[in-house]
Ligand binder design. Sequence first.
Ligand code: DGJ
Length: 341
Amino acid sequence: MLSKYKILRILILFILLGGRIIAQSNRVVSNSTERDWLDTSGMPINAHGGGILYHEGTYYWYGEYKSGKTTLLPGQNWECYRTDVSGVSCYSSKDLLNWKFEGLVLKGMPGNTHNDLHPSNVLERPKVIYNSKTKKFVMWMHIDTADYSKACAGVAVCDTPTGEFKYLGSQRPHKAMSRDQTIYKDEDGRAYQIFSSEDNATLYISELTNDYLGHKETYTRNFENKFREAPAIFKTNNKYVLVTSGCSAWNPNEAEYAIADSILGKWTVIGNPCTGKDADKTFYGQSTFILPVAGKNKYYIAMFDKWEKTDLEKSKYIWLPILIIDEGKIEIPWKDSLIIK
Ligand code: DGJ
Protein backbone atom coordinates (compact mmCIF):
# COMPACT_ATOMS: atom_id res chain seq x y z
CA MET A 1 0.00 0.00 0.00
CA LEU A 2 1.27 3.48 -0.86
CA SER A 3 1.23 5.90 2.01
CA LYS A 4 -0.60 9.24 1.65
CA TYR A 5 2.83 10.87 1.75
CA LYS A 6 4.12 8.80 -1.17
CA ILE A 7 0.99 9.51 -3.24
CA LEU A 8 1.43 13.22 -2.59
CA ARG A 9 5.09 13.06 -3.68
CA ILE A 10 4.15 11.21 -6.89
CA LEU A 11 1.43 13.78 -7.55
CA ILE A 12 3.83 16.71 -7.05
CA LEU A 13 6.40 15.03 -9.31
CA PHE A 14 3.74 14.44 -11.95
CA ILE A 15 2.63 18.10 -11.83
CA LEU A 16 6.23 19.36 -12.02
CA LEU A 17 7.11 17.00 -14.85
CA GLY A 18 3.89 17.80 -16.66
CA GLY A 19 4.61 21.51 -16.34
CA ARG A 20 8.10 20.99 -17.70
CA ILE A 21 6.87 19.06 -20.69
CA ILE A 22 4.39 21.82 -21.44
CA ALA A 23 7.13 24.43 -21.15
CA GLN A 24 9.36 22.44 -23.51
CA SER A 25 6.65 21.93 -26.04
CA ASN A 26 5.99 25.69 -26.12
CA ARG A 27 8.08 27.00 -28.97
CA VAL A 28 9.03 30.25 -27.32
CA VAL A 29 11.42 33.06 -28.25
CA SER A 30 12.15 35.29 -25.26
CA ASN A 31 12.18 39.05 -25.74
CA SER A 32 14.00 39.54 -22.47
CA THR A 33 17.27 41.26 -23.25
CA GLU A 34 18.95 39.79 -20.18
CA ARG A 35 20.28 36.86 -22.17
CA ASP A 36 21.66 36.44 -25.69
CA TRP A 37 19.83 34.43 -28.31
CA LEU A 38 22.16 31.51 -28.97
CA ASP A 39 22.82 29.58 -32.17
CA THR A 40 22.99 25.77 -32.25
CA SER A 41 26.65 25.88 -31.22
CA GLY A 42 25.89 28.01 -28.16
CA MET A 43 27.26 31.28 -29.54
CA PRO A 44 25.25 34.54 -29.51
CA ILE A 45 23.40 35.08 -32.80
CA ASN A 46 25.13 37.96 -34.59
CA ALA A 47 22.86 39.13 -37.43
CA HIS A 48 21.79 42.73 -36.88
CA GLY A 49 19.67 44.95 -39.11
CA GLY A 50 18.80 41.70 -40.81
CA GLY A 51 16.08 39.95 -42.72
CA ILE A 52 14.92 36.40 -43.36
CA LEU A 53 14.56 34.53 -46.64
CA TYR A 54 12.38 31.39 -46.71
CA HIS A 55 13.61 29.05 -49.41
CA GLU A 56 12.65 25.42 -50.04
CA GLY A 57 11.67 24.63 -46.46
CA THR A 58 14.46 26.50 -44.72
CA TYR A 59 14.64 29.98 -43.20
CA TYR A 60 17.89 31.91 -43.80
CA TRP A 61 18.53 34.84 -41.48
CA TYR A 62 21.06 37.35 -42.87
CA GLY A 63 22.39 40.29 -40.90
CA GLU A 64 25.27 42.59 -40.04
CA TYR A 65 28.01 40.63 -38.30
CA LYS A 66 29.11 43.20 -35.75
CA SER A 67 32.36 42.28 -34.11
CA GLY A 68 35.06 44.13 -32.25
CA LYS A 69 35.19 47.52 -30.63
CA THR A 70 32.51 50.14 -31.17
CA THR A 71 34.01 53.58 -31.76
CA LEU A 72 32.53 57.06 -31.92
CA LEU A 73 33.71 58.91 -35.01
CA PRO A 74 34.91 62.34 -33.85
CA GLY A 75 33.88 65.60 -35.50
CA GLN A 76 30.27 64.63 -36.37
CA ASN A 77 27.18 66.58 -35.32
CA TRP A 78 25.47 63.31 -34.39
CA GLU A 79 26.40 60.20 -32.41
CA CYS A 80 28.24 58.32 -35.15
CA TYR A 81 29.01 55.01 -33.42
CA ARG A 82 30.27 52.24 -35.64
CA THR A 83 32.07 48.91 -35.77
CA ASP A 84 34.41 47.79 -38.53
CA VAL A 85 32.86 45.95 -41.46
CA SER A 86 33.26 42.20 -40.80
CA GLY A 87 30.66 41.02 -43.27
CA VAL A 88 27.19 39.56 -43.52
CA SER A 89 26.33 36.49 -41.45
CA CYS A 90 23.82 33.78 -42.30
CA TYR A 91 21.97 31.43 -39.95
CA SER A 92 19.67 28.65 -41.14
CA SER A 93 16.67 27.11 -39.39
CA LYS A 94 13.74 24.84 -40.12
CA ASP A 95 11.69 25.98 -37.14
CA LEU A 96 12.65 29.63 -36.45
CA LEU A 97 13.98 28.47 -33.06
CA ASN A 98 17.18 26.54 -33.70
CA TRP A 99 19.61 28.59 -35.80
CA LYS A 100 22.73 27.06 -37.31
CA PHE A 101 25.55 29.48 -38.10
CA GLU A 102 26.37 29.12 -41.81
CA GLY A 103 29.29 31.54 -41.59
CA LEU A 104 29.94 34.90 -43.20
CA VAL A 105 28.32 34.75 -46.62
CA LEU A 106 29.88 38.08 -47.58
CA LYS A 107 33.17 38.96 -45.95
CA GLY A 108 34.80 42.26 -45.07
CA MET A 109 37.85 42.91 -47.23
CA PRO A 110 40.88 44.21 -45.36
CA GLY A 111 43.64 45.42 -47.66
CA ASN A 112 42.25 47.80 -50.20
CA THR A 113 40.85 50.88 -48.42
CA HIS A 114 38.93 51.85 -51.57
CA ASN A 115 36.87 48.65 -51.43
CA ASP A 116 33.31 49.14 -50.11
CA LEU A 117 33.81 46.12 -47.87
CA HIS A 118 36.97 47.44 -46.26
CA PRO A 119 36.65 47.31 -42.44
CA SER A 120 36.90 51.11 -42.21
CA ASN A 121 33.55 51.53 -44.01
CA VAL A 122 29.94 50.78 -43.04
CA LEU A 123 27.77 47.84 -44.14
CA GLU A 124 24.21 47.79 -42.78
CA ARG A 125 20.77 46.21 -43.20
CA PRO A 126 21.53 43.40 -45.70
CA LYS A 127 18.51 41.60 -47.18
CA VAL A 128 18.37 38.66 -49.60
CA ILE A 129 15.74 37.58 -52.13
CA TYR A 130 15.70 34.73 -54.63
CA ASN A 131 15.27 35.29 -58.34
CA SER A 132 13.47 32.25 -59.73
CA LYS A 133 14.25 33.23 -63.35
CA THR A 134 18.03 33.59 -62.95
CA LYS A 135 18.12 31.08 -60.04
CA LYS A 136 20.36 33.49 -58.13
CA PHE A 137 20.20 34.75 -54.58
CA VAL A 138 20.53 38.54 -54.58
CA MET A 139 21.63 40.59 -51.57
CA TRP A 140 21.18 44.35 -51.26
CA MET A 141 22.72 46.36 -48.43
CA HIS A 142 23.48 49.88 -47.26
CA ILE A 143 27.11 50.77 -48.03
CA ASP A 144 28.70 53.83 -46.54
CA THR A 145 31.91 55.49 -45.50
CA ALA A 146 32.63 55.82 -41.78
CA ASP A 147 31.04 59.29 -41.70
CA TYR A 148 27.96 58.06 -43.63
CA SER A 149 28.58 60.50 -46.50
CA LYS A 150 28.78 57.91 -49.31
CA ALA A 151 25.13 56.79 -48.87
CA CYS A 152 25.04 54.01 -51.48
CA ALA A 153 23.22 50.74 -52.14
CA GLY A 154 25.49 47.70 -52.56
CA VAL A 155 24.57 44.46 -54.29
CA ALA A 156 25.96 40.91 -54.19
CA VAL A 157 24.90 37.66 -55.81
CA CYS A 158 25.24 33.92 -55.23
CA ASP A 159 24.07 30.56 -56.62
CA THR A 160 23.28 29.22 -53.16
CA PRO A 161 21.69 30.79 -50.07
CA THR A 162 24.67 30.10 -47.84
CA GLY A 163 27.31 31.82 -49.93
CA GLU A 164 29.83 32.91 -50.58
CA PHE A 165 28.19 35.93 -52.25
CA LYS A 166 30.06 37.81 -54.97
CA TYR A 167 30.07 41.54 -54.34
CA LEU A 168 29.18 43.47 -57.50
CA GLY A 169 29.59 47.06 -56.27
CA SER A 170 27.54 49.99 -55.02
CA GLN A 171 25.68 52.92 -56.51
CA ARG A 172 23.29 55.73 -55.74
CA PRO A 173 19.99 54.60 -57.33
CA HIS A 174 18.49 57.38 -59.47
CA LYS A 175 21.55 59.42 -58.44
CA ALA A 176 19.96 59.73 -54.99
CA MET A 177 21.41 58.87 -51.59
CA SER A 178 20.56 55.42 -50.24
CA ARG A 179 20.93 54.50 -46.57
CA ASP A 180 18.55 52.35 -44.43
CA GLN A 181 17.02 49.85 -46.80
CA THR A 182 15.03 46.71 -47.36
CA ILE A 183 14.01 44.76 -50.44
CA TYR A 184 10.65 43.20 -51.16
CA LYS A 185 9.73 40.52 -53.67
CA ASP A 186 6.09 40.77 -54.66
CA GLU A 187 3.80 37.87 -55.56
CA ASP A 188 4.19 38.65 -59.28
CA GLY A 189 7.98 38.25 -59.06
CA ARG A 190 8.73 41.98 -59.29
CA ALA A 191 11.13 43.23 -56.63
CA TYR A 192 11.58 46.65 -55.05
CA GLN A 193 14.17 48.42 -52.96
CA ILE A 194 12.86 50.74 -50.25
CA PHE A 195 15.47 53.15 -48.93
CA SER A 196 15.98 56.36 -46.96
CA SER A 197 17.17 59.04 -49.35
CA GLU A 198 17.79 62.79 -49.57
CA ASP A 199 19.76 62.74 -46.31
CA ASN A 200 17.14 60.42 -44.81
CA ALA A 201 14.37 63.00 -45.33
CA THR A 202 12.38 61.06 -47.95
CA LEU A 203 11.79 57.34 -48.46
CA TYR A 204 12.26 56.07 -52.02
CA ILE A 205 10.62 52.97 -53.41
CA SER A 206 12.29 51.78 -56.58
CA GLU A 207 11.58 48.79 -58.79
CA LEU A 208 14.53 46.47 -59.39
CA THR A 209 15.43 45.18 -62.83
CA ASN A 210 14.21 41.70 -63.78
CA ASP A 211 17.49 40.15 -62.62
CA TYR A 212 17.20 42.16 -59.35
CA LEU A 213 20.77 43.44 -59.81
CA GLY A 214 19.91 47.03 -60.70
CA HIS A 215 17.09 49.57 -60.69
CA LYS A 216 14.49 50.26 -63.36
CA GLU A 217 13.56 53.85 -64.02
CA THR A 218 10.38 53.55 -61.96
CA TYR A 219 10.56 54.97 -58.47
CA THR A 220 8.49 57.10 -56.09
CA ARG A 221 9.35 59.59 -53.33
CA ASN A 222 7.32 58.93 -50.20
CA PHE A 223 6.83 60.57 -46.80
CA GLU A 224 8.63 63.66 -48.08
CA ASN A 225 10.66 65.41 -45.36
CA LYS A 226 9.33 63.02 -42.72
CA PHE A 227 12.72 61.40 -42.01
CA ARG A 228 11.67 57.75 -41.93
CA GLU A 229 14.25 54.96 -41.47
CA ALA A 230 14.40 51.21 -40.90
CA PRO A 231 11.73 50.17 -43.45
CA ALA A 232 10.02 46.78 -43.04
CA ILE A 233 7.18 45.74 -45.33
CA PHE A 234 4.61 42.99 -45.85
CA LYS A 235 1.32 42.49 -47.65
CA THR A 236 -1.97 41.38 -46.15
CA ASN A 237 -5.58 41.58 -47.37
CA ASN A 238 -4.22 42.99 -50.67
CA LYS A 239 -2.77 45.97 -48.80
CA TYR A 240 0.91 46.76 -48.49
CA VAL A 241 1.88 47.61 -44.92
CA LEU A 242 5.10 49.54 -44.29
CA VAL A 243 6.56 49.99 -40.82
CA THR A 244 9.33 52.56 -40.33
CA SER A 245 11.19 54.24 -37.50
CA GLY A 246 11.97 57.88 -36.96
CA CYS A 247 15.50 59.16 -37.43
CA SER A 248 17.53 59.41 -34.21
CA ALA A 249 20.78 57.56 -34.93
CA TRP A 250 20.98 54.44 -32.70
CA ASN A 251 18.48 55.81 -30.17
CA PRO A 252 14.92 54.47 -30.03
CA ASN A 253 11.97 56.52 -31.23
CA GLU A 254 8.32 56.02 -32.15
CA ALA A 255 7.50 53.68 -35.03
CA GLU A 256 4.89 54.50 -37.63
CA TYR A 257 3.08 52.47 -40.25
CA ALA A 258 1.39 53.31 -43.49
CA ILE A 259 -0.76 51.31 -45.92
CA ALA A 260 -1.13 51.39 -49.70
CA ASP A 261 -2.90 49.55 -52.51
CA SER A 262 0.20 49.74 -54.68
CA ILE A 263 3.73 49.32 -53.41
CA LEU A 264 4.82 52.46 -55.23
CA GLY A 265 2.15 54.43 -53.32
CA LYS A 266 0.27 56.44 -52.54
CA TRP A 267 0.83 55.65 -48.87
CA THR A 268 -1.59 56.58 -46.10
CA VAL A 269 -0.02 57.02 -42.69
CA ILE A 270 -2.04 55.28 -39.97
CA GLY A 271 0.11 55.83 -36.87
CA ASN A 272 2.16 53.93 -34.33
CA PRO A 273 1.48 50.17 -34.62
CA CYS A 274 3.05 49.41 -31.24
CA THR A 275 0.93 49.07 -28.12
CA GLY A 276 1.73 48.43 -24.48
CA LYS A 277 4.58 49.50 -22.26
CA ASP A 278 7.19 51.66 -24.04
CA ALA A 279 5.22 51.59 -27.29
CA ASP A 280 6.22 55.24 -27.88
CA LYS A 281 9.85 54.06 -28.02
CA THR A 282 9.16 50.92 -30.09
CA PHE A 283 9.93 48.93 -26.93
CA TYR A 284 13.49 50.34 -27.22
CA GLY A 285 13.87 48.56 -30.55
CA GLN A 286 13.95 49.56 -34.22
CA SER A 287 12.23 47.75 -37.07
CA THR A 288 14.28 45.69 -39.50
CA PHE A 289 12.04 43.07 -41.17
CA ILE A 290 8.59 41.51 -41.23
CA LEU A 291 8.49 37.78 -41.78
CA PRO A 292 5.41 36.01 -43.12
CA VAL A 293 5.67 32.58 -41.49
CA ALA A 294 5.54 29.87 -44.13
CA GLY A 295 2.35 27.84 -44.37
CA LYS A 296 0.52 29.89 -41.73
CA ASN A 297 -2.43 32.07 -42.50
CA LYS A 298 -1.86 35.70 -41.53
CA TYR A 299 0.99 34.93 -39.12
CA TYR A 300 3.63 37.64 -39.38
CA ILE A 301 6.59 38.25 -37.13
CA ALA A 302 7.90 41.80 -36.74
CA MET A 303 11.65 41.77 -36.18
CA PHE A 304 13.36 44.61 -34.31
CA ASP A 305 16.94 45.38 -33.30
CA LYS A 306 17.59 46.56 -29.79
CA TRP A 307 20.75 48.56 -30.37
CA GLU A 308 23.49 48.81 -27.76
CA LYS A 309 25.02 51.92 -29.27
CA THR A 310 28.30 51.97 -27.31
CA ASP A 311 28.88 48.24 -27.84
CA LEU A 312 27.01 47.37 -31.04
CA GLU A 313 28.10 43.74 -31.02
CA LYS A 314 26.00 43.30 -27.87
CA SER A 315 22.82 44.55 -29.56
CA LYS A 316 19.81 42.28 -29.05
CA TYR A 317 16.65 41.29 -30.92
CA ILE A 318 12.93 41.61 -30.29
CA TRP A 319 10.41 39.51 -32.23
CA LEU A 320 6.71 40.28 -31.90
CA PRO A 321 3.57 38.95 -33.53
CA ILE A 322 1.58 41.31 -35.73
CA LEU A 323 -2.15 41.43 -35.12
CA ILE A 324 -4.09 41.99 -38.31
CA ILE A 325 -7.14 44.06 -37.46
CA ASP A 326 -8.72 44.59 -40.89
CA GLU A 327 -8.13 46.34 -44.22
CA GLY A 328 -4.40 46.44 -43.53
CA LYS A 329 -4.84 47.89 -40.03
CA ILE A 330 -2.34 46.29 -37.69
CA GLU A 331 -1.16 46.28 -34.11
CA ILE A 332 2.15 45.14 -32.63
CA PRO A 333 1.55 44.55 -28.92
CA TRP A 334 4.43 44.04 -26.52
CA LYS A 335 4.97 40.42 -25.47
CA ASP A 336 7.66 39.16 -23.08
CA SER A 337 8.02 36.21 -25.39
CA LEU A 338 6.83 35.13 -28.80
CA ILE A 339 5.30 31.71 -29.27
CA ILE A 340 6.35 30.29 -32.64
CA LYS A 341 3.29 28.52 -33.98
C1 DGJ B 1 19.79 54.44 -37.74
C2 DGJ B 1 19.73 53.34 -38.72
O1 DGJ B 1 18.46 52.79 -38.70
C3 DGJ B 1 20.79 52.29 -38.43
O2 DGJ B 1 20.72 51.28 -39.37
C4 DGJ B 1 22.11 52.97 -38.44
O3 DGJ B 1 22.37 53.50 -39.71
C5 DGJ B 1 22.13 54.09 -37.45
N1 DGJ B 1 21.09 55.03 -37.75
C6 DGJ B 1 23.44 54.81 -37.46
O4 DGJ B 1 23.42 55.78 -36.46
